[in-house]
Design a binder for this molecule. Structure first.
Ligand code: FMN
Length: 339
């Protein structure tokens, strides 16, 4: 059992905040697939204080199913971050707050926020201290190894943020200038985990339950955080926790289950966003669900051309049927979707 400043956490498998991915509909799906600890997509502290409607929508919390949810904030100014944190705590009532110190996107780092904080451990500490003082909730921090390979500041940022009152730190084993390329350095995560008794959560390159288990074993982290591995694959959460907690390997989803889940996700996105917004947002998810299936590239091309959700649903239904009956027999149906 993990304890983040009094918040008891009974899983060692967390799901990462991911902008454009872990939105309201997908968080609901992830919960149903066993995710006990989730985070919202990162939101701007400035945007929140300005009362930006879209920013507020990004952190809408669904409490239908029990579980822990953290809201992730980004920003570079301690007092604005503190004010935004207090606002979120009062209006949204998450279980914890996370501070983004790892986002490498230009529009974020150019403001001094996200991974830019890896270049200024003292400021990272000041922001953490201000947020911790502003709320009663546990505050966690999510970092990278540093800005680039010549500036590996993670150990110092961990030290400063823990001293400032952070309850745990997630370490993504890459530098900011690597973005998402190269391999995450699990050894570097292990060194950080062994340097403190505070909870460290390992993150980077977990694509299977075996990876999750291996990261826990090789880094000595208290928990792991899944990110790109859950794209089109909510099953990874249960697969990872079953393997870690019970040594039990659960079977991969069937092709039919994957397409059925894609259809369910599309429907939830339509219900939440409305048809017009849902379709462009769903294209990437649909291509992730169908990745690796027969004819996936062609199906993806067709989906990318379709605008009407009903036609995408039809296409997926035909696709599921043709794959479950006979791969080639019904494939002709798809020609209709080419116009
Ligand atoms: C599309 C996308 C969006 C992301 N958005 C966020 C975010 O909002 N906040 C954050 O801390 N990290 C974000 N990340 C980083 C992930 O949380 C994670 O640290 C990173 O992908 C490494 O894990 P992985 O190799 O398992 O994917 C994002 C990553 C991706 C690919």
């Amino acid at each position: 059992m993990l304890n983040f400043d009094g918040l008891k956490i009974d899983t060692r498998v967390f799901v990462a905040p991911m902008a454009g991915v872990t939105d309201y509909p997908y968080r609901q799906i992830l919960r149903e697939y066993g995710a006990e600890v989730l985070f919202t997509e990162m939101v701007s502290s400035q945007g929140l204080l300005q009362g930006n409607r879209r920013t507020k929508d990004l952190i809408e919390i669904n409490r239908e199913k029990p579980g822990i949810i953290g809201v992730q904030l980004f920003g570079d100014d301690p007092s604005i971050m503190a004010e935004a944190a207090a606002l979120v705590a009062e209006n949204h009532q998450p279980d914890m707050l996370d501070i983004n110190m790892g986002c490498p996107a230009r529009k974020v780092v150019s403001t001094g926020a996200g991974a830019a904080l890896m270049q200024d451990p003292k400021r990272a500490g000041r922001i953490t201290r201000a947020v911790v003082a502003a709320v009663e909730l546990p505050v966690t921090v999510k970092i990278r190894l540093g800005w680039d390979s010549s500036e590996l500041t993670a150990a110092r940022v961990v030290e400063q943020t823990l001293e400032a009152g952070a309850a745990a730190v997630t370490v993504h084993g890459r530098t900011s200038d690597q973005f998402y390329s190269g391999q995450a350095d699990w050894q570097a995560i292990a060194e950080i985990a062994s340097s403190t008794s505070a909870p460290i959560i390992g993150n980077g390159d977990i694509f299977s339950a075996e990876d999750a288990q291996k990261m826990l074993e090789t880094t000595g982290c208290q928990a792991v955080m899944l990110a790109r591995g859950i794209q089109g694959n909510p099953w990874l959460v249960k697969a990872s926790s079953s393997l870690i907690d019970e040594g039990r390997k659960i079977p991969e989803p069937t092709i039919e289950e994957r397409i059925t889940q894609a259809l369910d996700h599309l429907q939830r996105a339509i219900n939440y966003y409305g048809q017009e917004r849902a379709v462009p947002l769903m294209r990437k998810h649909l291509s992730w669900y169908t990745k690796g299936l027969p004819h996936a590239a062609r199906v993806r091309d067709w989906i990318n051309k379709l605008i009407e959700p009903a036609r995408i649903q039809d296409l997926l239904l035909h696709y599921r049927q043709s794959l479950s009956e006979d791969r080639e027999l019904h494939f002709q149906h798809f020609q209709d979707f080419q116009q």
